[in-house]
Design a protein around this ligand. Structure first.
Ligand SMILES: CC/C=C\C/C=C/C(=O)SCCNC(=O)CCNC(=O)[C@H](O)C(C)(C)COP(=O)(O)OP(=O)(O)OC[C@H]1O[C@@H](n2cnc3c(N)ncnc32)[C@H](O)[C@@H]1OP(=O)(O)O
Length: 719
């Protein structure tokens, strides 16, 4: 809807009304068309201001309409009619002007923004391009390089930057609509010819071809297979090289390909998944909208290794006062330096003061006594964590939430070492904790709704995508990672190389293949866990084949690599070779290849040719299969939770929508058939055995991923 009113005698005020973000739904577009026509017709009106209800100009096209049959007036002629209008039109931008919202504003003759407004063309992050003339008007307004930056990254800019770039004509701290009304009266009656962006030439650029070639190369590299950024470059190129009408044709043609693509569906699914995970519910019935989160103004972080330091930085950045505790003086001193350095660098980038005063350091656990919430981040060792929880339980004031940053240990067991198990939850951050967007909030069977709500809210405040998950070894992310890494190791035994496996996964779109990723995280981490799980124990029962543990196939390859002191990047050697310890460029390592050959020979394994499809299917489908088990076990509430975890924490390519969405795109019947095939070939690998939920979903006709929750509910209610 759009409301029409007359203000200051001769100004028509058109207010977009579609809460919460005034998205351009069919009804809003119809409202704009009608009210603009009315304003142009009305002889009493000499100028127009367009604004949005509730301090938000417009969040763009209505994404919910994309999957449906289009109805209502299209955006392009609607915006064209505004631009062509003979009365001055001003966009009064408060809150946001994004996507179609900014394109609407670009059709206006002037743009006035509130200083707190954010503007951008984020269509690329939804697998689209600004196809309501944005790809043609913006380069004409601000030049090709700046337009390419905004359109290919989708980044939002502040009003101040928008003014500097020339996107807006004025920024105000006052009531934007009042300022716009005053302004539009001052230009009423003037010719708007020079203000119509579509009639302007694109500012010329020397070496146009070279600029576009360079940009295209960079964009292709960072896109990792995503097609929208490439189409965005092509559209801007059309603006720079073609007259406006032909440029618009090209924009439409490129959008036609993107609009119906699987990638656009995947990216739009991710948009809604990211929002859906905030609306958590637990098997106990506790929910996001009925559970009260407690305010956290003082937190404590215990253990200042890499994770503890990152968490401290992330908390301080959020404005939370932190007491950072490590009982080892040397570690404490190093952490102090590292945390201050990180805070200073981040502040310098932002051009603000570092919040150094918010962080206090102590070598005594007692310093956590009056914290509202404590995050334990000591070494990943159950006995050590148990002792810390026991002490915290005695030291902390009543009501302090006790959280653990464990990456997979039993949160409920830790809770049982306290006198307040209901206040214990997992807060599993990902390294580096001040950068990575994901937070798994692990809910034990005794965690109270308030504890979960508080951890979820704190995560949100820290800018994280917080996902509530159940308590089981590895939770969601690491539980699914285990069979994935295991398959990769089996593939090496059978004849693949780390280079082949990584290449296939990186071609799929992962930022890093499994072996490169393991080298980066440190191979010793997994080794320690396998030791704790008694998998590497040399006292494996006599006669037990060396490639079998606990009755199933086991590859000791990673253990043997660790025994050589090869822990990955940090030691300069792992699955790859690095120039020096801490080096980042992974090089193929002839030692590793000979080692694999000797290993196969020792175990009577004959290397065979393994094609890309097998690598991809075995690594991904086994991970997806575990995802179905997690859903069946109720450890994740829905596929969106798993997908958000993989996209935001594990480098899963966003344009593939997350593992569960990907499975639905491949076809559940196909995933099932391939798992059956591989399980038949490897009956000693239980993870390849298709899970019950997958079979039930296929039997139910493979419903779309958005309907899996219903099937899961039905399945459980029949138990
Ligand atoms: C045929 C097409 C031709 C032309 C091309 C034009 C294309 C487009 O315009 S595509 C859309 C471009 N716009 C965006 O990408 C903006 C998306 N929205 C956001 O980034 C954020 O929502 C926000 C910055 C606008 C607000 O953030 P915040 O205050 O944190 O709120 P939420 O993100 O939680 O959103 C609240 C609520 O609104 C829903 N929503 C937001 N934007 C849209 C939208 N464009 N269409 C439909 N719905 C939208 C969002 O899903 C939330 O809904 P729930 O409360 O139900 O979860």
């Amino acid at each position: 809807m759009a409301q029409y009113s007359r203000v200051a005698g001769s100004v028509a005020l058109i207010t977009l009304q579609n809460p919460p973000v005034n998205a351009l739904s069919a009804a809003v577009r119809q409202g704009i068309v009608d009210t603009v026509e009315r304003a142009l017709r009305d002889p009493e009106v000499n100028s127009v201001v367009i604004c949005g209800q509730n301090g938000k100009f417009c969040g763009g096209a209505d994404i919910k309409e994309f999957g449906r049959q289009m109805s209502g007036p299209p955006l392009v002629p609607m915006i064209h009619a505004i631009e062509a209008g003979h009365k001055p039109m001003v966009a009064a931008i408060e809150g946001v002007a994004l996507g179609g919202g900014l394109e609407l504003a670009l059709g206006c003759h002037y743009r006035i923004a509130h200083s707190k407004a954010r503007l951008g063309l984020p269509e690329v992050s939804l697998g689209l391009l600004p196809a309501a003339g944005g790809s043609q008007r913006l380069p004409r307004l601000i030049g090709v390089p700046a337009a390419l930056d905004l359109i290919t990254t989708g980044r939002h800019v502040t009003a101040a930057e928008a003014l500097k770039l020339g996107i807006v004509d004025q920024v105000t701290d006052h009531n934007t609509v009042d300022v716009a009304v005053k302004f539009v009266q001052s230009v009423a009656g003037q010719s708007m010819d020079s203000r119509r962006l579509s009639t302007r030439p694109c500012p010329s650029l020397p070496n146009l071809d070279a600029v576009f070639e360079g940009v295209m190369q960079r964009v292709r590299q960072s896109a990792r297979g995503a097609i929208a950024p490439v189409a965005c470059v092509q559209a801007v190129r059309a603006a720079a090289t073609l007259p406006y009408p032909q440029g618009m044709e090209r924009e439409k043609e490129l959008m036609g390909t993107l609009f119906t693509s699987g990638q656009a569906r995947a990216l739009q699914y991710c948009f809604f998944a990211q929002r859906a995970v905030g609306k958590w519910s637990l098997p106990s019935g506790a929910r996001w909208d009925t559970s009260k989160a407690m305010p956290i103004s003082k937190a404590a972080v215990i253990g200042l290794g890499t994770m503890g330091r990152g968490i401290t930085v992330a908390l301080a950045q959020t404005g939370v006062s932190v007491v950072a505790v490590d009982t080892q003086e040397r570690q404490l001193a190093e952490a102090k330096q590292a945390v201050s350095g990180m805070l200073e660098r981040m502040a310098q980038k932002r051009g603000s003061a570092p919040p150094l005063g918010l962080v206090h350091y102590s070598n005594n656990l007692q310093a956590a006594a009056d914290a509202d919430l404590v995050i334990e981040a000591v070494f990943e060792d159950m006995a050590l964590k148990e002792s810390v929880f026991q002490q915290l339980s005695a030291i902390c004031k009543p009501g302090t939430f006790l959280c653990t940053n464990t990456s997979g240990l039993d949160v409920d067991r830790l809770a049982s070492h306290t006198r307040r198990p209901e206040l214990v939850v997992g807060m599993h951050f990902f390294a580096p904790a001040h950068v990575m967007k994901l937070l798994e909030v692990v809910c034990g069977p005794r965690s109270s709704p308030e504890a979960v709500a508080t951890a979820m809210q704190l995560g949100k405040k820290m800018g994280k995508v917080s996902v509530a998950v159940g308590n089981c070894p590895g939770f969601v992310g690491n539980r699914m990672l285990k069979p994935y890494v295991e398959q990769a190791n089996f593939l090496l035994e059978e004849g693949a190389t780390p280079e082949l496996v990584d290449q296939v996964l990186e071609d799929f779109g992962f930022a890093m293949g499994v072996f490169r990723m393991s080298d980066l995280s440190g191979l010793d981490v997994g080794w320690r866990i396998r030791k704790a799980d008694k998998l590497t124990d040399p006292s494996v029962p006599a006669g037990q084949p060396v490639r079998v543990r606990q009755g199933r196939r086991y590859s000791p390859l990673a253990d043997l690599i660790c025994e050589q002191g090869r822990f990955g990047q940090k030691t300069g050697q792992g699955w790859y070779h690095y120039d020096k310890p801490g080096g980042r460029v992974a090089r193929s390592d002839p030692w590793l290849h000979s080692f694999l050959e000797e290993y196969r020979a020792r175990h009577g394994l004959v290397a065979r040719h393994i094609d890309h499809q097998e690598v991809l299917e075995r690594c991904l489908y086994v991970l997806i299969n575990e995802g179905f088990r997690i859903l069946d076990d109720g450890i994740a509430a829905g596929p969106e939770d798993i997908d958000a975890i993989y996209v935001f924490g594990y480098g899963w390519p966003r344009h593939r929508g997350g593992p569960m969405f990907y499975a639905s795109m491949v076809g559940l019947a196909r995933v099932l058939e391939r798992l059956e095939h591989y399980h038949q070939a490897h009956p000693d690998v239980p993870h390849l055995q298709p899970c019950r939920l997958l079979r039930r979903l296929v039997a139910s006709g493979s419903p779309p991923v958005q309907r899996w929750r219903e099937v899961i509910k039905r399945l459980h209610s029949q138990l």
